[in-house]
Design a protein around this ligand. Structure first.
Ligand SMILES: *Cc1c(COP(=O)(O)O)cnc(C)c1O
Length: 437
């Protein structure tokens, strides 16, 4: 063993990782090297794609200047939107701190492109929790339903495939917009690859060419070399405190798509007659540009963490979704522990590895909108940022923990090793000594 590996083991030890746990982790890393190389290659491609867009648009330090008030002629903001449009290969983009989160961006995209009497269709089952209120699946003040916009849903088939006959039947005179969620979110269905999304969009457009296809792209950006807008989506929507903000954006959302869709969204976000012209960037442009620039490597780190954890815990006998060998289309990893102690120990480990609030011990608690106690681990620079290493789990069967993020692979690795160390210390798992050759 060379000097640096001894030094490394030393510092892991100081951070509370015992030798057995460290070696157990290392034994998987050797095996995972080819997959990590593939992830690095995707990151390399996306990095170059972003650089190319920034160079083409002649991004300059003048674009980082703050605007205030109405924000007329905010060159930094307008150029950033062109950079996003070029990366996603769309006609236009809306990238704003005034889009306060992913749900808000999705709500703006929906409310602006739908009119009373129109129908919204989800052909991939129930959408993300927060959209239930937006749509009116759950009664909520100001929902689409309240505005006379109806909703229809076609669930995925048992095996996760699209129910094409039911989708064809569901597309009717009133159907104006189809919403497709790329990530599984906190469900157990498989995440959709961009290619599968493309197949679905092609089918929908064949049934009714005038229908708009929107993709909820949250957690999916830069995981693959192509995005849903490369396979026919009219709009892709996401949050800047997830993948594309690269951990630096302190707030924000984006909508990229057809010019007419983006104009509708801009008039809804500000006001009819104002649209994209207003909306000061308040000095946030630099973190938006720089975060976007870093996003491909940040996403790569998060992906490596997810795959590392999947392999470690799968080998210990837990059900992991996706499994250790499946191809990845988002950064979320679920692990079923089958008992509350497992979920709690895992979250304690993640928290203890954080750069911020590492000294805090997470505990299950009642949370609004949940029907059981929930435990959450997050020690983030940006509050609620889930591109940073974070985990949460509802305290009910199957006692699964969902975790995602990690601004660097090394941090994700420490978090996962800390979680395993915690499990070992509490006697929840046993790892056999690994023989190193
Ligand atoms: C996070 C997420 C959202 C909502 O984003 P927020 O920023 O939390 O409002 C919507 N859809 C999916 C799939 C998500 O992962």
């Amino acid at each position: 063993m060379n000097d640096i590996s001894n030094t490394l083991m030393n510092i892991y030890q100081q951070l509370g990782i015992r030798d057995a746990v460290y070696q157990y982790g290392e034994s998987f890393l050797r095996q995972l090297a080819p997959r990590f190389a593939e992830i690095d290659q995707t990151a390399e491609y996306n990095q170059l794609k972003i650089l190319q867009a920034m160079q083409k648009n002649r991004v300059s330090d003048t674009h980082f200047a703050a605007t205030t008030g109405y924000g007329y002629n905010d060159l930094g903001r307008d150029t950033l939107e062109q950079v996003y449009a070029d990366i996603f290969h769309t006609e236009a983009a809306l990238v704003r701190p005034q889009l306060t989160c992913g749900t808000h961006a999705l709500a703006i995209a929906l409310f602006s492109n739908l009119r009373p009497g129109d129908e919204l269709l989800s052909p991939v089952g129930k959408p993300y929790d927060t959209l239930e209120s937006v749509i009116g699946i759950q009664e909520a003040m100001g929902s689409l339903k309240e505005y006379g916009i109806s909703y229809r849903q076609v669930d995925l088939l048992e095996d996760g495939s699209f129910d094409y006959p039911a989708i064809e039947k569901a597309i009717q005179e009133k159907t104006k917009l189809v919403t497709i969620q790329r990530s599984k979110g906190y469900q157990t269905r498989p995440t959709l690859s961009v290619q599968r999304i493309g197949e679905l969009i092609a089918f929908i457009k064949k049934c009714k060419p005038s229908v708009l296809c929107m993709v909820d792209n949250c957690y999916g950006e830069f995981v693959e070399p192509i995005e849903p807008s490369d396979v026919g989506a009219d709009m892709v929507v996401g949050s800047l405190i997830k993948n594309p903000g690269g951990g630096l954006a302190p707030i924000g959302g984006y909508i990229c798509g057809k010019k007419v869709c983006i104009e509708q969204a801009a008039y809804r976000l500000s006001a009819p007659g104002l649209g994209k012209e207003v909306g000061a960037s308040l000095g946030l442009n630099q973190s938006f540009y720089q975060g976007l620039f870093l996003a491909p490597t940040v996403v790569a780190g998060a992906l490596k963490g997810a795959i590392f954890a999947a392999n470690l815990y799968e080998n210990l006998g837990f059900r992991v979704i996706p499994n250790g060998t499946e191809s990845r289309h988002d950064i979320i990893q679920a692990i079923e522990f089958g008992c509350p102690e497992g979920v709690i120990a895992f979250c304690k480990g993640i928290q203890a590895a954080a750069p911020v609030d590492s000294f805090v011990v997470p505990e299950p608690w009642a949370m609004p909108g949940y029907d059981s106690d929930v435990i959450m681990a997050a020690g983030a620079f940006v509050q609620g940022s889930s591109i940073e290493l974070s985990a949460d789990g509802p305290m009910k069967p199957p006692y699964a923990v969902y975790f995602q993020g990690g601004l660097t692979w090394y941090h994700a690795k420490l978090g996962i090793l800390k979680s395993l160390q915690q499990m070992v210390q509490e006697g929840l798992v046993q790892i056999n000594p690994v023989v190193i050759h």
